[in-house]
Design a protein around this ligand. Structure first.
Ligand SMILES: Cc1cc2nc3c(=O)[nH]c(=O)nc-3n(C[C@H](O)[C@H](O)[C@H](O)COP(=O)(O)OP(=O)(O)OC[C@H]3O[C@@H](n4cnc5c(N)ncnc54)[C@H](O)[C@@H]3O)c2cc1C
Length: 561
Protein backbone atom coordinates (compact mmCIF):
# COMPACT_ATOMS: atom_id res chain seq x y z
CA UNK A 1 0.00 0.00 0.00
CA UNK A 2 1.75 3.15 -1.25
CA UNK A 3 4.07 3.91 -4.14
CA UNK A 4 6.75 6.10 -2.57
CA UNK A 5 10.36 4.95 -2.28
CA UNK A 6 9.43 2.37 0.39
CA UNK A 7 6.48 0.92 -1.53
CA UNK A 8 8.28 0.73 -4.87
CA UNK A 9 11.40 -0.80 -3.32
CA UNK A 10 9.23 -3.40 -1.55
CA UNK A 11 7.48 -4.29 -4.80
CA UNK A 12 10.76 -4.59 -6.72
CA UNK A 13 12.14 -6.93 -4.06
CA UNK A 14 8.95 -9.00 -3.98
CA UNK A 15 9.05 -9.39 -7.76
CA UNK A 16 12.76 -10.31 -7.73
CA UNK A 17 12.67 -12.74 -4.81
CA UNK A 18 9.51 -14.51 -5.99
CA UNK A 19 10.88 -14.75 -9.51
CA UNK A 20 7.62 -13.17 -10.53
CA UNK A 21 5.66 -16.17 -9.26
CA UNK A 22 3.26 -14.14 -7.12
CA UNK A 23 0.76 -11.42 -7.92
CA UNK A 24 1.85 -8.09 -6.51
CA UNK A 25 -0.46 -5.07 -6.39
CA UNK A 26 1.00 -1.59 -5.97
CA UNK A 27 -1.88 0.53 -4.69
CA UNK A 28 -1.65 4.28 -4.38
CA UNK A 29 -3.97 7.23 -4.01
CA UNK A 30 -1.62 9.10 -6.38
CA UNK A 31 0.09 8.48 -9.67
CA UNK A 32 3.33 6.70 -8.80
CA UNK A 33 5.56 9.65 -9.65
CA UNK A 34 3.36 12.03 -7.64
CA UNK A 35 4.23 10.29 -4.38
CA UNK A 36 5.75 12.57 -1.79
CA UNK A 37 9.14 10.80 -2.09
CA UNK A 38 9.87 12.66 -5.34
CA UNK A 39 10.38 15.76 -3.15
CA UNK A 40 13.45 14.36 -1.37
CA UNK A 41 16.27 16.67 -2.20
CA UNK A 42 19.62 16.46 -0.47
CA UNK A 43 20.76 12.84 -0.35
CA UNK A 44 20.72 9.27 0.90
CA UNK A 45 23.06 8.13 3.67
CA UNK A 46 25.33 5.09 3.36
CA UNK A 47 28.80 4.20 4.58
CA UNK A 48 30.71 3.76 1.31
CA UNK A 49 34.32 4.72 2.03
CA UNK A 50 35.87 2.97 5.05
CA UNK A 51 39.31 3.65 3.58
CA UNK A 52 38.66 7.37 3.98
CA UNK A 53 37.64 7.10 7.64
CA UNK A 54 33.92 6.32 7.62
CA UNK A 55 32.62 3.16 9.32
CA UNK A 56 29.38 1.33 10.15
CA UNK A 57 29.92 2.16 13.81
CA UNK A 58 30.28 5.86 13.03
CA UNK A 59 27.06 5.90 10.98
CA UNK A 60 25.29 3.98 13.76
CA UNK A 61 26.66 6.23 16.50
CA UNK A 62 25.69 9.43 14.63
CA UNK A 63 22.17 8.05 14.12
CA UNK A 64 21.78 7.03 17.77
CA UNK A 65 23.23 10.25 19.16
CA UNK A 66 21.04 12.19 16.68
CA UNK A 67 18.01 10.21 17.91
CA UNK A 68 18.70 11.51 21.43
CA UNK A 69 19.15 7.87 22.47
CA UNK A 70 15.62 6.77 21.68
CA UNK A 71 16.58 4.66 18.63
CA UNK A 72 16.76 0.89 19.07
CA UNK A 73 20.46 0.23 18.69
CA UNK A 74 20.22 -3.35 17.40
CA UNK A 75 18.00 -2.12 14.56
CA UNK A 76 20.34 0.78 13.76
CA UNK A 77 23.34 -1.54 13.59
CA UNK A 78 21.54 -3.78 11.10
CA UNK A 79 20.26 -0.79 9.11
CA UNK A 80 23.66 0.86 8.54
CA UNK A 81 25.09 -2.44 7.32
CA UNK A 82 22.29 -2.91 4.76
CA UNK A 83 22.49 0.68 3.49
CA UNK A 84 25.46 0.56 1.05
CA UNK A 85 23.94 -2.32 -0.93
CA UNK A 86 20.86 -0.21 -1.64
CA UNK A 87 22.85 2.74 -2.97
CA UNK A 88 24.88 0.43 -5.18
CA UNK A 89 21.80 -1.42 -6.44
CA UNK A 90 20.25 1.89 -7.49
CA UNK A 91 23.49 2.71 -9.28
CA UNK A 92 23.24 -0.60 -11.18
CA UNK A 93 19.60 0.10 -12.02
CA UNK A 94 20.63 3.38 -13.62
CA UNK A 95 20.37 6.16 -11.04
CA UNK A 96 22.55 9.10 -12.15
CA UNK A 97 24.32 9.72 -8.83
CA UNK A 98 26.72 12.65 -8.70
CA UNK A 99 30.29 11.43 -9.03
CA UNK A 100 33.74 12.58 -8.04
CA UNK A 101 36.31 13.39 -10.70
CA UNK A 102 37.66 9.84 -10.52
CA UNK A 103 34.20 8.42 -11.23
CA UNK A 104 33.29 7.20 -7.75
CA UNK A 105 30.00 8.04 -6.04
CA UNK A 106 30.18 11.55 -4.56
CA UNK A 107 28.99 12.18 -1.00
CA UNK A 108 28.23 15.48 0.71
CA UNK A 109 28.11 16.47 4.41
CA UNK A 110 24.76 16.57 6.20
CA UNK A 111 23.53 17.69 9.62
CA UNK A 112 24.54 15.49 12.55
CA UNK A 113 26.67 13.13 10.40
CA UNK A 114 30.34 13.11 11.40
CA UNK A 115 31.39 12.07 7.88
CA UNK A 116 30.15 13.28 4.46
CA UNK A 117 28.03 10.20 3.64
CA UNK A 118 25.05 11.70 1.79
CA UNK A 119 25.02 10.15 -1.66
CA UNK A 120 23.13 12.49 -3.96
CA UNK A 121 21.82 13.26 -7.42
CA UNK A 122 22.12 17.06 -7.53
CA UNK A 123 19.30 18.35 -5.31
CA UNK A 124 16.66 16.03 -6.74
CA UNK A 125 17.72 12.77 -5.10
CA UNK A 126 14.19 11.54 -4.34
CA UNK A 127 13.00 12.19 -7.87
CA UNK A 128 15.82 10.15 -9.37
CA UNK A 129 15.35 7.37 -6.84
CA UNK A 130 11.65 7.17 -7.61
CA UNK A 131 12.25 7.23 -11.34
CA UNK A 132 14.86 4.48 -11.12
CA UNK A 133 12.68 2.25 -8.95
CA UNK A 134 9.60 2.84 -11.10
CA UNK A 135 11.55 2.07 -14.23
CA UNK A 136 12.89 -1.14 -12.65
CA UNK A 137 9.42 -2.18 -11.50
CA UNK A 138 7.85 -1.53 -14.91
CA UNK A 139 9.85 -4.48 -16.24
CA UNK A 140 7.55 -6.71 -14.20
CA UNK A 141 4.30 -4.91 -15.04
CA UNK A 142 1.67 -7.21 -16.47
CA UNK A 143 3.75 -10.26 -15.58
CA UNK A 144 3.43 -10.20 -11.82
CA UNK A 145 3.02 -6.53 -10.88
CA UNK A 146 -0.18 -4.51 -11.32
CA UNK A 147 -0.47 -0.82 -10.53
CA UNK A 148 -3.67 0.57 -9.03
CA UNK A 149 -3.10 4.30 -9.13
CA UNK A 150 -5.65 6.80 -7.81
CA UNK A 151 -7.04 4.12 -5.51
CA UNK A 152 -7.74 5.40 -2.02
CA UNK A 153 -7.41 2.93 0.87
CA UNK A 154 -9.97 3.72 3.55
CA UNK A 155 -9.56 0.67 5.80
CA UNK A 156 -6.98 -1.91 6.71
CA UNK A 157 -8.67 -5.24 7.36
CA UNK A 158 -7.21 -7.39 10.13
CA UNK A 159 -9.12 -10.34 11.56
CA UNK A 160 -8.09 -12.82 14.24
CA UNK A 161 -4.51 -11.58 14.21
CA UNK A 162 -4.14 -11.99 10.44
CA UNK A 163 -3.81 -9.40 7.70
CA UNK A 164 -6.72 -9.85 5.29
CA UNK A 165 -6.64 -6.96 2.88
CA UNK A 166 -7.68 -3.39 2.17
CA UNK A 167 -10.93 -1.60 1.52
CA UNK A 168 -10.24 0.77 -1.35
CA UNK A 169 -12.21 3.38 -3.29
CA UNK A 170 -11.35 3.92 -6.95
CA UNK A 171 -10.95 7.71 -7.14
CA UNK A 172 -11.87 7.89 -10.81
CA UNK A 173 -15.22 6.13 -10.53
CA UNK A 174 -15.89 5.89 -6.80
CA UNK A 175 -16.31 2.14 -7.13
CA UNK A 176 -15.62 0.41 -3.84
CA UNK A 177 -13.13 -2.46 -4.12
CA UNK A 178 -11.81 -5.10 -1.78
CA UNK A 179 -8.18 -6.13 -2.20
CA UNK A 180 -7.61 -9.45 -0.46
CA UNK A 181 -4.05 -10.59 0.05
CA UNK A 182 -1.97 -13.05 2.01
CA UNK A 183 0.54 -10.35 2.88
CA UNK A 184 0.42 -6.58 3.06
CA UNK A 185 3.04 -3.88 3.39
CA UNK A 186 2.02 -0.48 4.68
CA UNK A 187 4.16 2.12 2.90
CA UNK A 188 1.80 5.06 3.16
CA UNK A 189 4.21 7.73 4.44
CA UNK A 190 3.91 10.14 7.37
CA UNK A 191 1.33 12.54 8.83
CA UNK A 192 2.89 15.95 8.07
CA UNK A 193 -0.28 17.66 6.89
CA UNK A 194 -1.31 17.74 10.49
CA UNK A 195 0.43 21.09 10.25
CA UNK A 196 -0.32 24.07 8.03
CA UNK A 197 3.28 25.30 7.86
CA UNK A 198 5.06 22.24 6.53
CA UNK A 199 7.44 20.91 3.92
CA UNK A 200 5.07 18.02 3.17
CA UNK A 201 2.97 17.59 0.06
CA UNK A 202 -0.77 18.16 0.51
CA UNK A 203 -1.26 14.43 0.12
CA UNK A 204 0.67 13.31 3.24
CA UNK A 205 -2.26 12.90 5.59
CA UNK A 206 -1.40 9.86 7.69
CA UNK A 207 -4.09 7.65 6.15
CA UNK A 208 -2.09 4.47 6.71
CA UNK A 209 -1.30 5.36 10.32
CA UNK A 210 -4.95 6.11 11.04
CA UNK A 211 -6.06 2.89 9.32
CA UNK A 212 -3.61 0.82 11.35
CA UNK A 213 -4.54 2.56 14.60
CA UNK A 214 -8.24 2.01 14.01
CA UNK A 215 -7.55 -1.64 13.14
CA UNK A 216 -6.11 -2.08 16.65
CA UNK A 217 -2.43 -1.79 15.73
CA UNK A 218 -0.49 0.50 18.07
CA UNK A 219 1.37 3.60 16.97
CA UNK A 220 4.84 4.14 18.42
CA UNK A 221 6.52 7.44 19.48
CA UNK A 222 4.04 9.46 17.48
CA UNK A 223 4.63 12.61 19.57
CA UNK A 224 7.99 13.06 17.85
CA UNK A 225 7.49 15.27 14.80
CA UNK A 226 10.56 16.78 13.18
CA UNK A 227 10.67 20.47 12.26
CA UNK A 228 13.12 21.14 9.47
CA UNK A 229 15.08 24.33 10.08
CA UNK A 230 14.87 25.76 6.60
CA UNK A 231 11.24 26.00 5.52
CA UNK A 232 11.02 28.85 2.99
CA UNK A 233 8.73 31.64 4.26
CA UNK A 234 5.84 32.01 3.55
CA UNK A 235 5.00 28.62 1.97
CA UNK A 236 7.00 26.36 4.32
CA UNK A 237 8.43 24.49 1.34
CA UNK A 238 11.77 22.82 2.04
CA UNK A 239 15.18 24.22 1.26
CA UNK A 240 17.49 21.24 1.60
CA UNK A 241 20.03 20.89 4.37
CA UNK A 242 22.37 20.19 1.45
CA UNK A 243 22.60 23.99 1.09
CA UNK A 244 24.33 24.14 4.46
CA UNK A 245 26.17 20.94 3.53
CA UNK A 246 27.66 22.87 0.60
CA UNK A 247 28.60 25.84 2.84
CA UNK A 248 25.42 27.96 3.27
CA UNK A 249 24.90 29.58 6.69
CA UNK A 250 22.06 30.88 8.87
CA UNK A 251 22.10 34.53 9.93
CA UNK A 252 19.98 36.62 12.29
CA UNK A 253 18.82 40.22 11.91
CA UNK A 254 22.24 41.51 12.92
CA UNK A 255 23.93 39.44 10.23
CA UNK A 256 25.42 37.11 12.88
CA UNK A 257 26.07 33.46 12.10
CA UNK A 258 24.26 32.49 15.30
CA UNK A 259 24.70 28.70 15.12
CA UNK A 260 28.33 29.18 16.17
CA UNK A 261 26.93 30.05 19.60
CA UNK A 262 24.53 27.07 19.92
CA UNK A 263 26.64 24.31 18.34
CA UNK A 264 30.30 25.45 18.36
CA UNK A 265 31.62 22.36 16.55
CA UNK A 266 28.92 21.47 14.01
CA UNK A 267 27.59 25.03 13.69
CA UNK A 268 25.04 25.21 10.84
CA UNK A 269 25.22 21.45 10.43
CA UNK A 270 23.98 20.60 13.91
CA UNK A 271 21.04 18.14 13.94
CA UNK A 272 17.65 19.51 13.01
CA UNK A 273 16.09 19.63 16.48
CA UNK A 274 18.95 21.74 17.84
CA UNK A 275 19.09 24.03 14.80
CA UNK A 276 15.31 24.56 14.78
CA UNK A 277 15.26 25.45 18.48
CA UNK A 278 18.18 27.85 18.02
CA UNK A 279 16.37 29.64 15.19
CA UNK A 280 13.14 30.01 17.15
CA UNK A 281 15.15 31.17 20.18
CA UNK A 282 16.80 33.90 18.03
CA UNK A 283 13.37 34.98 16.79
CA UNK A 284 11.88 34.98 20.32
CA UNK A 285 14.80 37.07 21.59
CA UNK A 286 14.14 39.74 18.95
CA UNK A 287 16.93 38.86 16.54
CA UNK A 288 14.64 37.65 13.76
CA UNK A 289 12.59 39.43 11.12
CA UNK A 290 8.83 40.04 11.15
CA UNK A 291 7.14 37.77 8.61
CA UNK A 292 3.66 37.55 7.09
CA UNK A 293 0.88 35.81 9.16
CA UNK A 294 3.16 35.62 12.20
CA UNK A 295 5.77 33.65 10.23
CA UNK A 296 8.78 35.44 11.73
CA UNK A 297 12.07 34.27 10.31
CA UNK A 298 15.87 34.32 10.07
CA UNK A 299 17.95 34.22 6.89
CA UNK A 300 19.66 31.45 4.95
CA UNK A 301 22.70 32.84 3.18
CA UNK A 302 23.90 30.95 0.07
CA UNK A 303 26.79 33.43 -0.29
CA UNK A 304 29.63 31.26 1.08
CA UNK A 305 28.81 28.49 -1.44
CA UNK A 306 29.66 30.72 -4.38
CA UNK A 307 27.64 31.43 -7.49
CA UNK A 308 29.05 28.75 -9.74
CA UNK A 309 28.71 25.89 -7.26
CA UNK A 310 25.17 26.97 -6.30
CA UNK A 311 24.16 26.90 -9.98
CA UNK A 312 25.76 23.50 -10.57
CA UNK A 313 24.73 21.67 -7.40
CA UNK A 314 21.53 23.34 -6.21
CA UNK A 315 19.52 24.19 -9.33
CA UNK A 316 16.16 23.15 -7.85
CA UNK A 317 16.77 25.37 -4.82
CA UNK A 318 17.31 28.39 -7.08
CA UNK A 319 14.02 27.57 -8.82
CA UNK A 320 12.13 27.14 -5.52
CA UNK A 321 13.43 30.43 -4.08
CA UNK A 322 12.52 32.28 -7.26
CA UNK A 323 9.06 30.71 -7.61
CA UNK A 324 7.99 30.73 -3.97
CA UNK A 325 9.76 33.81 -2.54
CA UNK A 326 10.65 35.85 -5.62
CA UNK A 327 14.34 35.80 -4.66
CA UNK A 328 17.41 34.55 -6.51
CA UNK A 329 19.42 33.04 -3.62
CA UNK A 330 22.66 33.72 -5.49
CA UNK A 331 21.95 37.46 -5.10
CA UNK A 332 20.48 37.73 -1.59
CA UNK A 333 19.68 35.57 1.47
CA UNK A 334 16.26 33.97 1.76
CA UNK A 335 13.75 33.95 4.70
CA UNK A 336 13.43 30.64 6.59
CA UNK A 337 11.80 29.22 9.73
CA UNK A 338 11.32 25.65 11.01
CA UNK A 339 8.63 23.75 9.12
CA UNK A 340 6.96 20.40 10.04
CA UNK A 341 8.93 17.87 8.07
CA UNK A 342 9.09 14.28 9.25
CA UNK A 343 7.20 11.75 11.35
CA UNK A 344 9.67 9.88 13.57
CA UNK A 345 6.89 7.75 15.02
CA UNK A 346 4.62 5.45 13.09
CA UNK A 347 3.09 1.99 12.98
CA UNK A 348 4.78 -0.07 15.68
CA UNK A 349 7.02 -2.66 13.99
CA UNK A 350 9.95 -4.77 15.12
CA UNK A 351 13.47 -4.46 13.78
CA UNK A 352 12.53 -6.38 10.61
CA UNK A 353 9.51 -4.18 9.88
CA UNK A 354 6.99 -6.81 11.08
CA UNK A 355 3.81 -5.70 12.81
CA UNK A 356 3.84 -7.71 16.05
CA UNK A 357 0.78 -9.88 16.64
CA UNK A 358 -0.56 -9.49 13.10
CA UNK A 359 0.54 -12.27 10.77
CA UNK A 360 1.20 -11.21 7.18
CA UNK A 361 1.58 -7.47 7.81
CA UNK A 362 4.65 -5.24 7.59
CA UNK A 363 5.26 -1.49 7.50
CA UNK A 364 8.14 0.27 5.75
CA UNK A 365 9.41 3.81 5.23
CA UNK A 366 7.96 6.78 7.02
CA UNK A 367 4.75 4.91 7.90
CA UNK A 368 6.64 2.46 10.10
CA UNK A 369 8.48 3.06 13.36
CA UNK A 370 11.26 0.52 13.86
CA UNK A 371 12.75 2.71 15.62
CA UNK A 372 15.80 3.88 13.66
CA UNK A 373 15.36 7.63 14.17
CA UNK A 374 14.18 7.73 17.78
CA UNK A 375 13.37 11.27 18.86
CA UNK A 376 15.13 13.03 15.98
CA UNK A 377 16.01 11.79 12.49
CA UNK A 378 19.25 12.76 10.81
CA UNK A 379 18.91 14.15 7.30
CA UNK A 380 19.41 11.54 4.51
CA UNK A 381 18.54 8.66 6.87
CA UNK A 382 14.92 8.50 5.67
CA UNK A 383 15.30 7.66 1.99
CA UNK A 384 17.82 4.99 2.94
CA UNK A 385 15.44 3.62 5.56
CA UNK A 386 12.74 3.43 2.85
CA UNK A 387 15.14 1.48 0.64
CA UNK A 388 16.48 -0.85 3.33
CA UNK A 389 13.07 -1.59 4.86
CA UNK A 390 11.33 -1.70 1.49
CA UNK A 391 13.73 -4.47 0.49
CA UNK A 392 13.54 -6.26 3.85
CA UNK A 393 9.74 -6.28 4.03
CA UNK A 394 9.29 -7.15 0.34
CA UNK A 395 11.47 -10.20 0.76
CA UNK A 396 9.82 -11.35 4.00
CA UNK A 397 6.32 -10.92 2.56
CA UNK A 398 7.22 -13.19 -0.37
CA UNK A 399 8.67 -15.89 1.87
CA UNK A 400 5.59 -15.72 4.09
CA UNK A 401 3.16 -16.05 1.18
CA UNK A 402 5.11 -18.89 -0.42
CA UNK A 403 5.06 -20.93 2.76
CA UNK A 404 1.43 -20.28 3.59
CA UNK A 405 -1.49 -22.06 1.98
CA UNK A 406 -4.33 -20.52 4.00
CA UNK A 407 -7.25 -19.30 1.97
CA UNK A 408 -8.24 -15.69 2.47
CA UNK A 409 -11.70 -14.34 3.16
CA UNK A 410 -13.17 -11.50 5.24
CA UNK A 411 -16.27 -11.06 7.30
CA UNK A 412 -19.00 -9.39 5.30
CA UNK A 413 -19.93 -7.15 8.24
CA UNK A 414 -16.62 -5.28 8.18
CA UNK A 415 -17.12 -4.45 4.52
CA UNK A 416 -20.67 -3.28 4.94
CA UNK A 417 -19.72 -1.08 7.89
CA UNK A 418 -17.09 0.68 5.83
CA UNK A 419 -19.42 1.20 2.88
CA UNK A 420 -21.97 2.75 5.24
CA UNK A 421 -19.38 4.98 6.93
CA UNK A 422 -18.34 6.45 3.59
CA UNK A 423 -21.86 6.90 2.27
CA UNK A 424 -22.92 8.71 5.49
CA UNK A 425 -20.24 11.40 5.03
CA UNK A 426 -22.66 13.33 2.85
CA UNK A 427 -25.23 13.72 5.60
CA UNK A 428 -23.73 16.03 8.24
CA UNK A 429 -23.45 19.82 8.40
CA UNK A 430 -19.82 20.51 9.38
CA UNK A 431 -17.43 21.98 6.80
CA UNK A 432 -14.34 19.72 6.61
CA UNK A 433 -12.12 22.52 5.25
CA UNK A 434 -12.96 24.74 8.21
CA UNK A 435 -12.07 21.85 10.53
CA UNK A 436 -8.74 21.35 8.80
CA UNK A 437 -7.91 25.07 9.02
CA UNK A 438 -8.66 25.08 12.75
CA UNK A 439 -6.56 21.94 13.20
CA UNK A 440 -3.59 23.56 11.43
CA UNK A 441 -3.90 26.68 13.49
CA UNK A 442 -3.69 24.88 16.82
CA UNK A 443 -0.97 22.43 15.71
CA UNK A 444 1.20 25.21 14.23
CA UNK A 445 1.02 27.20 17.45
CA UNK A 446 0.73 24.80 20.38
CA UNK A 447 2.42 21.62 19.15
CA UNK A 448 5.43 23.23 17.45
CA UNK A 449 9.17 23.39 18.29
CA UNK A 450 8.57 24.50 21.91
CA UNK A 451 5.72 22.85 23.84
CA UNK A 452 4.30 23.16 27.34
CA UNK A 453 1.53 21.71 29.48
CA UNK A 454 -0.92 24.61 29.11
CA UNK A 455 -0.52 24.83 25.33
CA UNK A 456 -0.86 21.08 24.88
CA UNK A 457 -3.92 20.93 27.14
CA UNK A 458 -5.54 23.67 25.05
CA UNK A 459 -4.65 21.84 21.86
CA UNK A 460 -6.13 18.59 23.18
CA UNK A 461 -9.35 20.31 24.18
CA UNK A 462 -9.74 21.82 20.70
CA UNK A 463 -8.86 18.59 18.93
CA UNK A 464 -11.44 16.68 20.96
CA UNK A 465 -14.04 19.21 19.82
CA UNK A 466 -12.84 18.82 16.23
CA UNK A 467 -13.10 15.05 16.61
CA UNK A 468 -16.70 15.38 17.61
CA UNK A 469 -17.42 17.82 14.75
CA UNK A 470 -15.64 15.69 12.17
CA UNK A 471 -18.16 12.96 12.95
CA UNK A 472 -20.84 15.28 11.53
CA UNK A 473 -19.02 16.35 8.43
CA UNK A 474 -20.64 17.13 5.09
CA UNK A 475 -19.30 16.20 1.66
CA UNK A 476 -21.06 18.68 -0.59
CA UNK A 477 -19.89 17.41 -3.98
CA UNK A 478 -22.10 14.56 -5.16
CA UNK A 479 -20.08 13.68 -8.27
CA UNK A 480 -18.95 10.08 -8.65
CA UNK A 481 -16.04 10.88 -10.91
CA UNK A 482 -12.97 12.32 -9.18
CA UNK A 483 -14.90 13.48 -6.14
CA UNK A 484 -11.96 15.28 -4.53
CA UNK A 485 -14.27 16.60 -1.85
CA UNK A 486 -14.85 13.08 -0.54
CA UNK A 487 -11.16 12.20 -0.40
CA UNK A 488 -10.08 15.47 1.23
CA UNK A 489 -12.77 14.82 3.85
CA UNK A 490 -11.56 11.28 4.51
CA UNK A 491 -8.05 12.70 4.94
CA UNK A 492 -9.23 15.36 7.38
CA UNK A 493 -10.92 12.68 9.50
CA UNK A 494 -7.61 10.80 9.59
CA UNK A 495 -5.66 13.92 10.56
CA UNK A 496 -7.99 14.73 13.43
CA UNK A 497 -7.75 11.12 14.66
CA UNK A 498 -3.96 11.32 14.64
CA UNK A 499 -3.75 14.80 16.20
CA UNK A 500 -5.29 13.40 19.35
CA UNK A 501 -2.61 10.69 19.53
CA UNK A 502 0.26 13.13 18.92
CA UNK A 503 -0.93 15.57 21.58
CA UNK A 504 -1.75 12.88 24.14
CA UNK A 505 1.73 11.40 23.72
CA UNK A 506 3.34 14.86 23.95
CA UNK A 507 1.41 15.75 27.10
CA UNK A 508 2.35 12.50 28.79
CA UNK A 509 6.06 12.74 27.98
CA UNK A 510 7.32 15.01 30.73
CA UNK A 511 10.85 15.52 29.46
CA UNK A 512 12.66 17.07 26.49
CA UNK A 513 14.16 14.65 23.99
CA UNK A 514 15.04 15.28 20.36
CA UNK A 515 12.25 17.06 18.53
CA UNK A 516 9.94 16.95 21.55
CA UNK A 517 10.93 19.95 23.67
CA UNK A 518 8.91 20.76 26.79
CA UNK A 519 9.64 24.24 28.12
CA UNK A 520 8.30 23.05 31.48
CA UNK A 521 10.55 19.94 31.47
CA UNK A 522 13.64 21.19 29.62
CA UNK A 523 15.93 18.24 30.46
CA UNK A 524 16.14 14.76 29.00
CA UNK A 525 15.13 12.29 31.71
CA UNK A 526 16.69 8.91 30.94
CA UNK A 527 15.69 7.39 34.22
CA UNK A 528 11.97 7.80 33.64
CA UNK A 529 11.57 8.42 29.93
CA UNK A 530 14.12 6.47 27.95
CA UNK A 531 11.27 4.35 26.58
CA UNK A 532 9.02 4.16 23.54
CA UNK A 533 5.43 5.37 23.68
CA UNK A 534 2.91 2.80 22.46
CA UNK A 535 -0.53 4.30 21.73
CA UNK A 536 -3.55 2.03 21.28
CA UNK A 537 -6.95 3.05 20.00
CA UNK A 538 -9.89 3.13 22.38
CA UNK A 539 -13.16 4.91 21.60
CA UNK A 540 -12.46 7.40 24.42
CA UNK A 541 -9.00 8.30 23.17
CA UNK A 542 -5.55 6.75 22.95
CA UNK A 543 -4.34 4.46 25.71
CA UNK A 544 -0.60 4.81 26.33
CA UNK A 545 1.91 2.18 27.36
CA UNK A 546 5.66 2.12 27.19
CA UNK A 547 8.30 -0.36 26.05
CA UNK A 548 12.06 -0.23 26.65
CA UNK A 549 14.65 1.09 24.20
CA UNK A 550 17.20 -1.49 23.00
CA UNK A 551 20.75 -0.44 23.92
CA UNK A 552 23.68 -2.44 22.55
CA UNK A 553 26.91 -0.50 22.99
CA UNK A 554 26.19 3.22 23.16
CA UNK A 555 25.18 4.41 26.61
CA UNK A 556 23.25 7.67 26.62
CA UNK A 557 25.37 10.78 27.03
CA UNK A 558 24.82 14.49 26.71
CA UNK A 559 24.52 15.56 23.08
CA UNK A 560 27.15 18.16 22.22
CA UNK A 561 27.75 19.35 18.67
C1 LIG B 1 10.80 18.35 0.77
C2 LIG B 1 11.40 17.13 1.41
C3 LIG B 1 12.72 16.79 1.14
C4 LIG B 1 13.26 15.64 1.70
N1 LIG B 1 14.56 15.33 1.43
C5 LIG B 1 15.08 14.19 1.94
C6 LIG B 1 16.42 13.80 1.65
O1 LIG B 1 17.13 14.49 0.94
N2 LIG B 1 16.87 12.64 2.17
C7 LIG B 1 16.10 11.84 2.97
O2 LIG B 1 16.57 10.79 3.40
N3 LIG B 1 14.82 12.17 3.23
C8 LIG B 1 14.30 13.32 2.74
N4 LIG B 1 13.00 13.65 3.03
C9 LIG B 1 12.14 12.67 3.71
C10 LIG B 1 11.74 11.60 2.70
O3 LIG B 1 11.52 12.17 1.44
C11 LIG B 1 10.47 10.86 3.11
O4 LIG B 1 10.53 10.52 4.46
C12 LIG B 1 10.31 9.59 2.28
O5 LIG B 1 10.42 9.88 0.91
C13 LIG B 1 8.99 8.90 2.58
O6 LIG B 1 8.80 7.87 1.66
P1 LIG B 1 7.67 6.77 1.85
O7 LIG B 1 7.82 5.82 0.73
O8 LIG B 1 7.70 6.26 3.23
O9 LIG B 1 6.30 7.60 1.72
P2 LIG B 1 5.73 8.57 0.57
O10 LIG B 1 6.72 8.92 -0.45
O11 LIG B 1 5.06 9.67 1.32
O12 LIG B 1 4.66 7.67 -0.13
C14 LIG B 1 3.44 7.33 0.48
C15 LIG B 1 2.61 6.60 -0.52
O13 LIG B 1 1.43 6.13 0.12
C16 LIG B 1 0.31 6.39 -0.69
N5 LIG B 1 -0.85 6.56 0.18
C17 LIG B 1 -0.97 7.30 1.29
N6 LIG B 1 -2.22 7.22 1.77
C18 LIG B 1 -2.91 6.40 0.95
C19 LIG B 1 -4.24 5.94 0.90
N7 LIG B 1 -5.18 6.32 1.77
N8 LIG B 1 -4.59 5.10 -0.10
C20 LIG B 1 -3.70 4.72 -1.03
N9 LIG B 1 -2.43 5.14 -1.05
C21 LIG B 1 -2.04 5.97 -0.06
C22 LIG B 1 0.66 7.66 -1.45
O14 LIG B 1 -0.07 7.75 -2.64
C23 LIG B 1 2.15 7.44 -1.71
O15 LIG B 1 2.33 6.70 -2.87
C24 LIG B 1 12.47 14.83 2.52
C25 LIG B 1 11.15 15.18 2.80
C26 LIG B 1 10.63 16.36 2.28
C27 LIG B 1 9.27 16.78 2.66
Amino acid sequence: MGSGIAGLRAAVEAARVSNCKLRIAVISKLHVMRSHSVCAEGGTAAMLYPEKGDSFDLHAYDTIKGSDYLADQDAVEMFVRLAPREVILLDRWGLPWNRTEDGRLAQRPFGGHSYPRATFARDRTGFYEMQTLYDTLLRYEGECVDFFEEHFMTKLIVEDGHFKGFYVVDMKTQDHKLFLGKAGIMATGGLGRLYGYTTYSMTVTGDGLAAAYLAGIPLKDIEFVQFHPTGLVPSGILLTEGIRGEGGVLRNKNGERFMVKYAPTKKDLAPRDITSRSMVREIMDGRGFKGPRGLDYVLLDFGPIGREKTTARLPAMIELCRDFAGIDPRDEPVPVRPSAHYTMGGIHVDKYGRVPNVKGLWAAGEAGCVSIHGANRLGTNSTIECLVYGALTGEQAVRYVMSNNDSNSVQQEAIEEEATRISKLGEGEENPYQIRTELWDIMDHNVYVFRDEAGLMDALKIVKQLKERVGRVRVTDTARIYNEDLFRTLETINLVTLAEVVITGALARKESRGAHYRVDYPKRDDENWMKHTIARYTPKGPELNYIPVVVTKWQPEERKY
